[in-house]
Design a binder for this molecule. Structure first.
Ligand code: ATP
Length: 506
């Protein structure tokens, strides 16, 4: 599985999807650039989200707020004081880890051990094996689960301690559980320290008393501080939502797994403002809607799951993640949070402005509650890549690398090839592109044999290829080749647009 992932990473580079940032200077940690195909795929993902969220919901509107914001916003939101990762170093390997992640992995290990016990018993008892009964009665399983639960409880206690995370308690857990460094294999740990994830910069010349500002670590606050503007100018009635797509920055310590965890990334967030008391119904509703959106891509329901949080941030009263089955396990792609009225109330407090909603039906004033859906564009991109990549064995013994991208997301929808570079075939091919390029992204290719050209388009996920040959000049028909089935059919040039649009429109 890890191997497949490595192949996907190099495929992304080889075919112009993702390059390491500043590569000629040997790169910059956990920062990536999107290439000519990557940017098209990423734009299509954003459009797929925007169309669903903003165009299909009449009570959701979009904004585009600035990355630079008043520094007090991050005081109010809690990011200055609480957006900290607890870190621990191993003195032998000199590797740095997130202490919370080490402990969460340890909790997962108890579960893995349970599964191993179940598998052992299954082998031992063969067809007489009753899994449910075994799980319920095995003393070994009971012991492992008890250990897991005890650790989980201790972990909750240190994470939710009065005045922030209990760092000493965290270190004690790591010692008691005998957690070793995955690199050095030793237990020679430093103390746990906290580290703020926000990037700082200065606005204005230093001599004039420049103020420290932060690069936003999430796009959500830009929505909260514009709540009144949008609500008033749009005459929005509850429930309503504000959506935004934009860059966010986090100085992640453990940056790994390619574009999964980056220091500069992009988010697609929507804050849905509701009447207090109705938030948990809306939370449930948005869980369903967002899952349906993911599954509409056709990657198979078994590749998604919810991970409901029982450890809630101080401002939330419900939270879940949508996880996708990546080559390195089920991983969070989207978070859905019921954030209560925390953010709006905090901004009211810190700005001194009244941030409320007046309900004309009941004549009441109140601070709306908020349901947030927050998805990372880059993680979505990665999930699409991972699911679409295939090294397919063909009947003739050859292998082709193909990206089975949903047609709506594919960077190029149609590639047009003249069979040869002469006899007016290139001109005819260009004529087809000139007609269709206003409707979807087309690419012209005349180099190499047709077979090779097909392979190059398969590798970037182009759903359709068209070949222009001598017969085309006589009867205006072309060969249309389908990426997934590799089937070919003869169609009229005049029908191309509707055939393709039917599949590529979102
Ligand atoms: P994680 O636990 O993986 O760090 P998070 O819970 O901090 O993520 P949120 O703050 O809920 O994430 O952000 C919402 C979404 O933004 C995530 O579901 C993810 O898709 C995306 N995201 C967050 N951090 C990063 C990052 N460093 N790189 C890429 N995408 C990210």
């Amino acid at each position: 599985q890890e191997d497949v992932f490595k192949k996907i990473v190099s495929h992304c580079k080889e075919y112009g999807f993702v390059f390491p940032s500043s590569e000629i200077y040997d790169g910059l940690g956990a920062v990536y650039d999107y290439g000519q195909n990557g940017v098209e795929l990423k734009n299509n993902i954003k459009q797929y989200w925007w169309q669903y969220m903003v165009l299909l919901h009449e009570n959701i509107v979009g904004i585009d707020s600035a990355i630079f914001m008043h520094p007090t916003i991050w005081k109010a939101s809690g990011h200055v004081d609480a957006f900290n990762d607890p870190l621990i170093d191993n003195k032998d390997s000199k590797k740095r880890y997130r202490a919370d992640v080490l402990i969460e992995d340890q909790i997962a290990k108890y579960e893995e051990k349970v599964e191993k016990e179940v598998e052992k018993a299954r082998k031992r008892f063969k067809e007489n094996f009753d899994e449910e009964q075994y799980r319920a009665t095995s003393p070994k399983v009971a012991e492992l689960l008890a250990k897991r639960d005890a650790l989980h409880e201790r972990y909750q206690t240190v994470m939710n301690a009065e005045g922030g995370i209990d760092l000493e308690g965290m270190k004690q857990i790591i010692i008691d559980e005998e957690i070793v460094c995955p690199i050095s294999g030793t237990r020679n740990w430093t103390d746990v320290r906290q580290f703020n994830l926000m990037f700082k910069t200065e606005m204005g010349a230093a001599a004039e008393g420049a103020s420290t500002i932060y690069l936003r670590p999430e796009t959500a606050q830009g929505i909260f501080v514009n709540y009144l503007n949008v609500q008033k100018t749009g005459r929005m009635k509850l429930p309503f939502g504000i959506a935004q797509i934009g860059k966010a920055f986090r100085n992640e310590i453990v940056a790994r797994q390619f574009v999964f965890r980056m220091r500069e990334f992009e988010q697609m967030e929507m804050q849905f403002f509701v009447k207090p008391g109705t938030e948990l119904d809306w939370f449930k509703e948005w869980k369903e809607r967002r899952m349906a959106w993911h599954q509409a891509l056709g990657f198979g329901a078994e590749n998604y799951r919810f991970h409901d949080h029982d450890k809630l941030a101080h401002y939330a009263n419900a939270a879940t993640d949508v996880e996708f089955h990546m080559p390195f396990g089920f991983k969070e792609v989207e978070g859905i949070h019921s954030r209560t009225n925390f953010d709006l109330s905090q901004h009211a407090k810190y700005s001194g402005k009244k941030i409320e909603y007046f309900d004309p039906e009941t004549n009441e004033r109140f601070t709306p509650y908020v349901i947030e859906t927050s998805i990372g564009v880059d993680r979505m991109f990665l999930s699409v890549m991972c699911h679409s990549y295939e090294e397919e064995k063909l009947d003739n013994g050859e292998t082709r690398t193909v990206l089975h991208l949903p047609a709506a997301l594919a960077p190029v929808k149609l590639a047009v090839f003249p069979l040869t570079k002469k006899d007016g075939l290139p001109e005819k091919a260009r004529e087809i592109i000139n007609d269709l390029k206003f409707h979807f992204n087309c690419q012209y290719e005349e180099k190499d044999q047709i077979g090779k050209r097909y392979r190059r388009q398969d590798a970037i996920g182009t759903p359709y290829c068209v070949t222009v040959d001598h017969q085309t000049l006589e009867d205006n028909t072309v060969t249309l080749r389908h990426r997934d089935s590799m089937e070919q059919e003869r169609v009229n040039i005049a029908d191309l647009r509707s055939i393709i649009e039917d599949k590529v429109n979102i």
